[in-house]
Write a protein that binds this ligand. Structure first.
Ligand code: S6P
Ligand code: ZN
Length: 196
């Protein structure tokens, strides 16, 4: 893959049916094996892993300087499926510079953006084609695919924002999205630990 750092004006294409960005510089692929302890039903995850290390989500990144003033841009593609009753989702993170926001513009699919602030406030917003979600500063964010097709968004966030995965890995989100009677339902995470 061509590896460049772009400082001149440029354009790129985004295929709304696959989320593939052309040209892109990095492709991140997260599989079930990368999500240790993140799904509620550990036994269901282990049983799935014995059969296949399923691809849960991908991120196509366009490389621009990771510094204030630039805008980081990527697509986020979460595939449909469940681990036990819990829908496939991203790890979720705070930005390392916690005061930085992000926009997710949904291009395809159905899902929920779960957001939770460092103070424990939370909000779930619908993700569907043609709808955008504003993730404010101080909010961790996770995309959850509750539909039957890939959930695809174009994400834009400030250069230098960085990613803090460790907080969510150790404390979790306060709320989970689980299937109940064939529909997504928001439930308390029994393992959630307050950050305050
Ligand atoms: C980056 C932005 C997205 C996510 C992507 C994967 O700030 O929020 O591009 O990186 O949705 O999620 P995660 O939690 O594994 O980075
Ligand atoms: Zn982010």
């Amino acid at each position: 893959m061509e590896h460049v750092t772009r400082t001149d004006p440029f354009s790129f294409s985004v295929d709304p049916s696959t989320g593939i960005v052309t040209p892109h510089d990095n492709l991140i692929q997260r599989r079930l094996s990368h999500m240790n302890g993140m799904f509620m039903d550990q036994a269901a995850r282990e049983a799935m892993l014995e059969v296949e290390d399923t691809l849960l989500y991908e991120v196509y990144e366009v490389e621009v300087p990771d510094e204030a003033g630039h805008l980081m841009v990527c697509t986020s593609i979460t595939y449909p499926g469940k681990v036990g009753r819990e829908y496939f989702m991203t790890k979720g993170h705070f930005h390392e510079k916690i005061q930085t926001a992000e926009i997710y513009s949904c291009l395809r699919g159905q899902g929920i953006m779960m957001m939770e602030s460092d103070r424990g406030d939370w909000k779930a917003e619908p993700m569907t084609q043609g709808r955008a979600v504003y993730v404010p500063p101080y909010y961790a964010h996770r995309s959850i695919n509750t539909g039957q097709e890939p959930l695809i968004s174009l994400c834009v966030y400030p250069g230098g924002a960085g990613h803090d995965y460790a907080t969510i890995e150790t404390k979790g989100f306060r709320k989970l999205v689980l299937e109940k009677n064939g529909k997504p339902e928001i439930e308390d995470n029994p393992k959630w630990k307050s950050r305050i």
